[in-house]
Design a binder for this molecule. Structure first.
Ligand SMILES: [Fe+2]
Length: 137
């Protein structure tokens, strides 16, 4: 069984958001496979950087959508994004300084955070975006 697999229940109904989420899920799963295969840490770190970059890009996309519809929960939603970004940045700094490595525990954190955020926060946003006709963007 895959470590992290896309499930229909993760869908927000907004294509741009769902495609981003799918990509983030696949990156995290890819890292898990690579880790279990004993891939060198410096190669694993590259995927972590890719994930950090893409997460930032993706959050911005959601935040732009929120602005477009004048979303009442934007502030709370952005706090979650910022908390995650901060954690990932701290982790990247650790990798950069050679003090840390990618571990299974880190991947569990990334996976569980994303599942929880999608299910609670992004789905709520998705409902509002769909109401505003943004589902195909
Ligand atoms: Fe989000």
């Amino acid at each position: 069984m895959a470590f992290f697999e896309w499930k229909k229940e993760y869908e927000t109904g907004v294509k741009g958001v769902d495609d981003d989420h799918r990509f983030l899920v696949s990156l995290i799963d890819e890292m898990s496979v690579a880790l279990s295969q004993g891939v060198a840490q410096d190669l694993l770190h590259k995927t972590v950087y890719k994930l950090a970059d893409y997460a930032r890009f993706h959050f911005k996309r959601e935040e732009n959508y929120m602005q477009m519809i004048d979303y009442s929960e934007q502030f709370k939603h952005e706090i979650e994004h910022r908390a995650f970004t901060k954690k990932v940045e701290e982790f990247v700094a650790k990798l950069d300084s050679g003090e840390g490595n990618l571990t299974h525990e880190v991947l569990v954190f990334l996976r569980d955070w994303l599942i929880n955020h999608i299910q609670k926060t992004d789905k709520q946003l998705g409902i509002e975006l769909v109401k505003h006709g943004l589902k195909d963007e």
